[in-house]
Write a protein that binds this ligand. Structure first.
Ligand SMILES: NC(=O)c1ccc[n+]([C@@H]2O[C@H](COP(=O)([O-])OP(=O)(O)OC[C@H]3O[C@@H](n4cnc5c(N)ncnc54)[C@H](OP(=O)(O)O)[C@@H]3O)[C@@H](O)[C@H]2O)c1
Length: 283
């Protein structure tokens, strides 16, 4: 049996559905089922329910709020992954492009040195080191700009679609480069890694996003076009849209390592278009 923490979150829901679709034996755990920061609860749960892999989709994901709550972010994003891994069960853990500072102009490889700019990025990097330095088994999968059309999820896709209905024009940042990534594609890749037994290897890092790159403005424009939105999307700079947390100006992740394993992500635009073509996919 496999366990999915953070099962009611955006990625957790996608992975739960993916596991159901593939007939996997799994247990989905929301925060109410298992608070991963609770050491005694984690130990007790996995003693009673032996699993052969934990997919850790739980995280503190509020990038700006983490600036005011670094302790809570670190508890969930760095102590808790270590807490899961010390059960001795292999962990497939999710991390982020925000561990990088954005000074690269070519995609970040798994060998590039992280240098987080934000409290959130730091907390996620600390989670990575807690796993990498603990002699555990598993994989840290860094991803980026994740979204889903699934109702009840919170992400840029839904924010834009709401704003398109409320406003005749909006400004969207056009000087941050990354890769929009469909949560359902990421979920399938995580399951593929498990099925190829990647989680049994010593803890290591891989990157998974959809392929290509875009700015937030380009991503918003594509969502507007596909939604037939009656709203003008205008490019603005990061300085015109100040946020509490610093975000990397360039956080495109190299997919070379995961592609060498045979996992070939489709382009971000193909993934986005697919949710409009396939109306069953939650649009
Ligand atoms: N979203 C992105 O753009 C993005 C980009 C790069 C990397 N990532 C990474 O991708 C992973 C999945 O993110 P997501 O987008 O699915 O985020 P999400 O929708 O915010 O889901 C996170 C889930 O974690 C749960 N959680 C928080 N604290 C917990 C705790 N102490 N114990 C158990 N569960 C807890 C949350 O429960 P509550 O709802 O009850 O708080 C929520 O269901 C995270 O590791 C994130 O850092 C996300």
């Amino acid at each position: 049996m496999i366990a999915i923490t953070g099962a009611s979150g955006q990625l957790g829901q996608a992975l739960t559905e993916c596991c159901t679709h593939h007939g996997m034996d799994f247990v989905g755990l929301s925060r109410a089922d298992l608070d991963i920061t609770d050491a005694a609860a984690v130990k007790n749960f996995f003693f009673k329910h032996p699993c052969d892999c934990i997919f850790n989709c739980a995280a503190y994901t509020q990038v700006d709020a983490a600036e005011d709550n670094p302790g809570e972010a670190c508890l969930v994003n760095s102590f808790a992954p270590w807490n899961l891994a010390r059960t001795s069960i292999p962990v497939i853990h999710i991390s982020t492009d925000y561990v990088f500072d954005g000074s690269n102009s070519t995609p970040y490889t798994v060998e590039n040195a992280p240098r987080p700019l934000s409290a959130y990025g730091l907390s996620k990097r600390m989670g990575e080191t807690s796993l990498l330095e603990g002699a555990f088994r598993g994989v840290i999968v860094r991803t980026a700009w994740t979204y889903s059309a699934r109702s009840g999820t919170k992400n840029f896709f839904h924010t834009m679609r709401k704003l398109f209905k409320e406003r005749s024009s909006i400004g969207v940042v056009n000087d941050q480069f990354g890769t929009p990534t469909l949560a359902e594609d990421l979920a399938q890749a995580l399951l593929d890694l498990y099925l190829m037994k990647q989680h049994l290897k010593p803890m290591h890092v891989l990157h998974y996003t959809n392929a290509g790159l875009a700015t937030w403005f380009e991503f918003a424009q594509a969502i507007a076009r596909l939604s037939n939105a009656n709203c003008t999307v205008k490019p603005i700079t990061t300085s015109e849209f100040p946020t509490k947390a610093h975000r990397p100006a360039y956080s495109v992740l190299s997919l070379q390592a995961i592609e060498e394993l045979g996992i070939k992500p489709r382009s971000w635009l193909d993934a986005l278009e697919s949710i409009f073509k396939n109306k069953t996919a939650h649009v």
